[in-house]
Write a protein that binds this ligand. Structure first.
Ligand SMILES: Cc1cc2nc3c(=O)[nH]c(=O)nc-3n(C[C@H](O)[C@H](O)[C@H](O)COP(=O)(O)O)c2cc1C
Length: 106
């Protein structure tokens, strides 16, 4: 199994790509080999995956939904994590937390 880690992202305005780069830098500081890639076209062959996208109109983006649908077997079999970027996640009060969590069901 590859020991490389994917820091995957989908972005509309560029913020999620920057966050994926920060995640990759942190993992590299801890001694891991990390590639940062857009999830479209879907990268494969990684030993672990951290992937994220931004929320628009309370929904994850289509390319990320496609990537997760296509790779669900690998994501469940290997260490994996999903992060989301949105304005609601930046505010910890109940109303915004409910809104941020709503996107995870899409
Ligand atoms: C058209 C549009 C719709 C958005 N919809 C939501 C939303 O439903 N919930 C939310 O919390 N943030 C929403 N946002 C904020 C974005 O998720 C936020 O700006 C994010 O940082 C964008 O990341 P990106 O540059 O990687 O695409 C929206 C932004 C835009 C421009």
């Amino acid at each position: 199994m590859s020991s490389r880690i994917l820091a995957g992202y989908q972005t509309s305005e560029g913020q999620t790509a920057k966050i994926a780069e920060c995640i990759a830098d942190t993992l590299r500081d801890r001694g891991h080999d990390v590639d940062v890639h857009d999830v479209e076209p879907a990268p494969s062959g990684y030993g672990a995956m951290v992937v994220g996208d931004s929320i628009h109109a309370v929904k994850h983006c289509r390319p990320m939904i496609r990537y997760i649908s296509e790779k669900v077997g690998a994501l469940n079999a290997k260490p994996s994590a999903l992060f989301q970027v949105c304005l609601a996640s930046a505010n910890p009060d109940d109303e915004h937390t409910v809104s941020a969590h709503a996107a995870t069901s899409t």
